[in-house]
Ligand binder design. Structure first.
Ligand SMILES: N[C@@H](CCC(=O)N[C@@H](CS)C(=O)NCC(=O)O)C(=O)O
Length: 234
């Protein structure tokens, strides 16, 4: 990460783009912790100087600026927010080291498995490729169905009574998972196959602080059409 970036603005600032599931994680974490921040929409076709200076390694959003100091990578940001503001809102990570390890395992499984499995839904060349990918996404979500059972202990969220790391990390994708159903005609979050996860998705998406930042499905569909057209994809 870069050093201090000139920034006289509020204590907490998020550089993002509205459609990014990774950015949504950072925003949801801040919202759930009840922390005020300024959200700055960047442009990935013409990245701001601030973004490039703040994340010179990857040049990606989200970046959290805390008193001008950048924190990069969404899962790092979520954990940072929890550690830097222990007195604000609920804890996103459990106190017990074993439970933390389990939560981190599932959070990294979202990025290591769910995201790459989903990508061809977004940018697959043919509709057959996209449908096949959507079916594989369902299979990955079946793993999260079992994870929910393990992590939630029969409560409302992966984090138990309140949303935690896995809720935030997986929940950042809810907009795109819902849009995928329209994009491919495949029921991705299928109450018949993953009933616990389907109920969780509705519950999580309805939370204050989450509802406001999960993008509208129609807007995501339009965005996907535009990005595909730019790449010459049907
Ligand atoms: N591993 C990163 C992924 C972030 C990411 O891929 N962000 C995308 C937007 S969804 C981005 O900034 N892309 C710009 C680029 O690749 O140049 C994280 O968790 O923050």
């Amino acid at each position: 990460m870069a050093g201090r970036v000139a920034d006289k603005d509020p204590e907490l600032k998020v550089l993002g783009v509205w459609s990014s599931p990774f950015v949504i994680r950072a925003r949801v974490a801040l919202n759930l912790k009840g922390l005020a921040y300024r959200y700055v929409e960047d442009n990935l076709d013409s990245k701001s100087e601030l973004l490039l200076a703040s994340n010179p390694v990857h040049g990606k959003v989200p970046v959290l600026l805390h008193d001008g100091r950048p924190v990069c990578e969404s899962r790092v940001i979520v954990e940072y927010i929890d550690e830097a503001f222990p007195a604000s809102g609920p804890c996103l990570l459990p106190a017990d080291p074993y439970r933390r390890a389990v939560d981190r395992f599932w959070a990294s499984y979202v990025d290591d498995k769910l995201f790459p499995t989903w990508i061809p839904v977004y940018n697959g060349r043919t509709s057959e490729d996209r449908v096949a990918a959507a079916r594989q996404v369902v299979a990955v979500l079946e793993k999260f169905e079992r994870a929910f059972d393990e992590c939630s202990g029969g409560k409302a969220f992966f984090g138990g009574d309140a949303a935690g790391l896995v809720d935030v990390v997986l929940g950042g994708f809810l907009g795109w998972l819902r849009a995928s159903e329209v994009m491919c005609g495949v029921r991705v979050i299928d109450p018949a196959k993953t009933p616990l996860l389907a109920a969780w998705a509705d519950r999580f998406a309805a939370l204050d602080g989450v509802r406001e930042v999960i993008p509208d499905v129609q807007r995501l569909l339009e965005y996907n059409k535009i990005r595909r057209a730019r790449r010459g994809l049907p």
